[in-house]
Design a protein around this ligand. Structure first.
Ligand code: PLP
Length: 429
């Protein structure tokens, strides 16, 4: 096997020239670790521990309940939403950070279904069979409750499947397995032409690729706080509603935080105006503070999302090139190479040892993850086991890329992934 690879000095040179290189120091990453899982759980910003400690010790410990007002706890969902808005092509006041992505998806899909139920005979919610399962589970529940049908297709079938029967097109912008990125504007336009509404899950795009919700004329969007926003495990998610639906959208989880006057304590629910009605109950303030700390880093970034995108593409291009050199055809790239068709993670498949391979890499200090294939899927890509590597341009370096590829090559050549300890499946893969 030809093991000649691009030298480390090339990656070092790229790091020296990287305009975002200093951002890595904003994060508290363990020395020597190559962390390629920021698409699952973002790294810890250095400022977060202090911010959280202040909230716990001072705001909670000393000021107790006064902090709902004095420390701005009550307004946290809107304040954090305003930090997210410019990163996803939304405007101030249109986003709230709250609950989980699953719960927020439930809210917006319900809203879209109710809008359609009122006006038409459309009965189909259209999505990808390989969409992230929680999106499908939420849709299954709502379809069963409200007399809709969930229709699942593969990505090549999508354009033809967007027909007059479709009430709602519900997609994840960057696919969690393949890393393939949909053309949000084109698919939203096709949905609208068919009289459908478009909901976008931005879990793998928010903070990783520039998103333009208004430019795409999207209807609803949700996304995660704990991936590229670096908000920490279980960080609040977010939800956006196009203001054109301001007078027609609803909220099925009509809790008191979404009430127009929560502290009037009236017996009847009266929704707040705008996206504020998407709040339900008391929000996790400690987690919200951590998310805010993560998001404030984006506000300091010279060049914004465009600069991050350029680096993300450069990192992933280099990774693809080096993995090609190291694996010599033993791994097949699943993610499209073309820039416009992909997000910020890169996925491979291999004939044997996918899960064990990732475990062997983790043991060497290179953290990626594994996603099993759906063996009963009719579309081949959905059946493939996936080895997934996420690149967070805020803190990943070109040397990370080089080290990761080097370890991949060594694990392949030594066959160490065959070791029994790497075959043991943990609960979280
Ligand atoms: C596309 C997508 N949607 C939703 C989720 C998770 O939703 P939740 O935050 O509710 O667990 C993920 C998690 O990885 C995801 O990839």
């Amino acid at each position: 096997m030809n093991t000649h690879t691009t030298p480390l000095t090339d990656a070092q040179q790229l790091d020296r020239a990287d305009p975002l290189g200093l951002c890595r120091d904003w994060f508290d990453l363990p020395q020597g670790l190559v962390y390629l899982d920021g698409n699952s759980l973002g790294a810890l910003p250095r400022c977060t521990a202090q911010r959280v400690a202040h909230t716990v010790q001072h705001e909670w410990g000393q000021n107790l309940i006064k902090s709902w007002n004095a420390a701005g706890w009550f307004d946290a969902p809107q304040r954090i939403g305003d930090l997210i808005a410019p990163l996803i092509g939304a405007r101030a006041g249109e986003v709230v950070a709250c609950d989980s992505t699953s719960v927020n998806l439930y809210k917006v899909l319900h809203a879209a279904l109710m809008q359609q139920k009122a006006g038409s005979q459309k009965r189909v919610v259209l999505s990808e069979r390989s969409n992230f399962p929680t999106d499908l589970y939420m849709a299954q529940s709502l379809c069963a409750q409200h007399g809709f049908e969930l229709k699942l297709v593969s990505w090549p079938e999508l354009p033809r499947a967007i027909d007059q029967s479709v009430a709602v097109l519900m997609l994840t912008h960057v696919h969690y397995r393949s890393g393939r990125m949909h053309d949000m504007a084109a698919l939203t336009q096709a949905a609208h032409a068919a009289g459908a509404l478009a909901i976008w899950d931005l879990a793998h795009s928010a903070g990783a690729v520039p998103v333009d919700l208004h430019g795409a004329h999207a209807d609803y969007a949700v996304g995660c706080g704990y991936k590229y926003f670096n908000g920490g495990p279980g960080a609040p998610a977010f939800v956006w509603v196009n203001p054109k639906h301001a007078n027609s959208f609803s909220q099925p989880l009509s809790g008191w935080w979404g009430h127009a006057q929560p502290f009037a304590f009236t017996p009847d629910y009266k929704p707040a105006s705008g996206v504020g009605q998407y709040l339900c109950g008391t929000q996790p303030i400690v987690s919200s503070v951590a998310l805010q700390a993560g998001l404030e880093l984006f506000a300091q970034l010279a060049g914004g999302m465009q600069a991050l995108r350029e680096k993300s593409l450069a990192l992933t291009d280099l990774f693809m090139q080096l993995v090609d050199e190291q694996t010599q055809g033993a791994w097949q790239l699943v993610t499209p190479r073309e820039h416009t068709l992909r997000g910020s993670h890169v996925s491979y498949t291999c004939a044997e040892g996918g899960y064990a391979f990732v475990q062997a890499l983790i043991a060497r200090g290179v953290i990626g993850d594994f996603r099993a294939g759906d063996e009963s899927a009719p579309f081949e890509e959905d059946r493939l086991p996936i080895l997934r590597f996420g690149f967070a341009p805020l803190y990943n370096s070109y040397c990370d890329v080089w080290q990761a590829a080097q370890h991949i090559g060594e694990v392949l050549r030594t066959g160490e992934w065959r070791c029994a300890k790497y075959q043991v499946q943990s609960a979280v893969t």
